[in-house]
Design a protein around this ligand. Structure first.
Ligand SMILES: [Zn+2]
Length: 431
């Protein structure tokens, strides 16, 4: 299957942030075969898309999410993190069943595809059901089972499940699913449990995903317990020797940032969730200056409350300007790179997140012929500061069109809304 998208503007989001006008893009199977000046093509294409007035860009990579938490959207708002987790989220999550997670994830994937996300990194439970939703929908995902040592068995069962999950699903769904191990956070995993996770990781050779330095309370707790910061604690536990995706990293000392830089820890910045839970503002401009890889995530829909990466990108660009009293920090180009290329690096999928020959064909076609996108001086600026999900004309993952003019082609939206609503009501009944 060979597709030609012709007469289009290409926002490559490569290292030079190159923009190619009057371009053609050719997709051969699952791969971008050509992205450059338009040509007289002699060969036959199975599909030709007229791209006049449109722009091709990489799909968004949501570097941190708990997809099935869509079921808790609007259930518990305006609470601090620990109270929100302990009184509202953990008790409800303990009632979850596989079917709940399946429909919650389907709802999340439908929302993500409709707003241009082509890959998401997830940490949750019943990961077989999450993987099933990923496989059916056609989206790409990096999946880990959330692990804590706080339960009766010290986390053994969860770790076994995560190990099985990696063995069963890593590289499956035509390579669209990759797996990680998901120790939840320094405050929910004992050191001895982290050692067990590391021993399993050695065998499986997959990255780790963890929440890190999310709140001030966490920093105080770890400091009181171990006498060091959460980042240094993970370093001392030997965790940072492995490839790590760390979500949040809000409260960091200079030494913490040096450690993150030295160990090439990948960071998922979640500005919406950090603001909503009153957790604080991550020092992203300084991390970027140090060359740390910072991607962008929405976190779960219970703390955001949507999974819209356009909004997250805009928030990231605006938030740090306000916090630093400096309009030059986090440019539109940087915010766009964080949501695509850098997020792809953060979730260890460097073959996505960019429009370039040889990369995976995970891409969006944006309709620029809109009043709020006129005039068109700077495409990156238009996307970050003015675009809306309804401007996304087409979403392609792994060379396959999954959403066209806002309509999902592999998913039944009405059915998903019906089941997700029903599951959410049942889950919260009597609480
Ligand atoms: Zn999270």
């Amino acid at each position: 299957m060979k597709t030609l998208i012709k007469n289009v503007t290409v926002l490559t989001v490569n290292k030079d942030n190159e923009i190619i006008s009057n371009a053609d893009v050719v997709i051969d199977g699952q791969i971008i075969a050509y992205a450059g000046p338009k040509k007289q093509w002699q060969e036959e294409f199975s599909q030709v898309i007229e791209g006049q007035g449109n722009m091709v860009m990489p799909g968004f990579v949501n570097a941190h999410c708990h997809a099935a938490m869509t079921l808790f959207r609007s259930y518990a708002d305006d609470l601090p993190l620990m109270e929100w987790l302990e009184k509202k989220i953990f008790p409800t999550e303990s009632r979850l069943q596989g079917e709940d997670v399946y429909w919650g994830t389907m709802l999340a994937i439908a929302e993500m595809l409709k707003s241009g996300t082509t890959t998401f990194a997830d940490m949750y439970f019943f990961m077989d059901d999450v993987a099933r939703a990923v496989e059916e929908s056609g989206i790409r995902a990096v999946l880990s089972r959330g692990l804590t040592s706080t339960g009766n068995d010290g986390g053994e069962e969860g770790l076994r499940e995560n190990e099985e999950f990696v063995k069963n699903w890593h590289g499956k769904a035509d390579g669209r699913i990759t797996a990680m191990l998901g120790p939840h956070a320094p405050y929910t995993c004992s050191v001895s449990f982290l050692q067990k996770v590391l021993a399993v990781r050695e065998k499986l050779d997959v990255p780790l995903q963890i929440h890190l330095a999310e709140t001030h309370d966490e920093v105080e707790q770890i400091q009181a317990q171990y006498g060091v910061s959460p980042v240094k604690h993970l370093k001392n536990a030997g965790l940072l020797e492995s490839p790590v995706l760390a979500a949040h990293c809000v409260h960091l000392s200079t030494e913490d940032m040096e450690i993150l830089q030295e160990y090439d820890v990948r960071i998922a910045h979640n500005p919406g969730s950090n603001l909503k839970l009153g957790s604080g503002i991550a020092p992203v401009p300084e991390l970027l200056q140090r060359g740390v890889t910072v991607g962008l995530g929405t976190d779960g829909a219970a703390s955001n409350n949507n999974l819209d990466m356009l909004e997250e990108m805009r928030l990231a660009a605006l938030l740090h300007k306000g916090a630093c009293l400096d309009a030059t920090v986090i440019s539109a180009e940087e915010a766009l790179a964080m949501a695509t290329r850098e997020s792809a690096r953060a979730v260890f999928l460097p073959k996505t997140g960019m429009i370039s020959p040889g990369k995976k064909a995970d891409l969006l076609l944006i309709d620029l012929q809109k009043v709020h996108l006129t005039p068109r001086h700077n495409p990156a600026s238009l996307l970050v500061y003015a675009a809306q999900p309804s401007d996304i004309k087409m979403v392609m993952v792994d060379g396959k069109i999954l959403c066209r003019d806002g309509e999902l082609l592999t998913m039944d939206e009405e059915k998903i809304i019906y089941h997700a609503e029903k599951r959410a009501k049942h889950l919260l009944a009597g609480i």
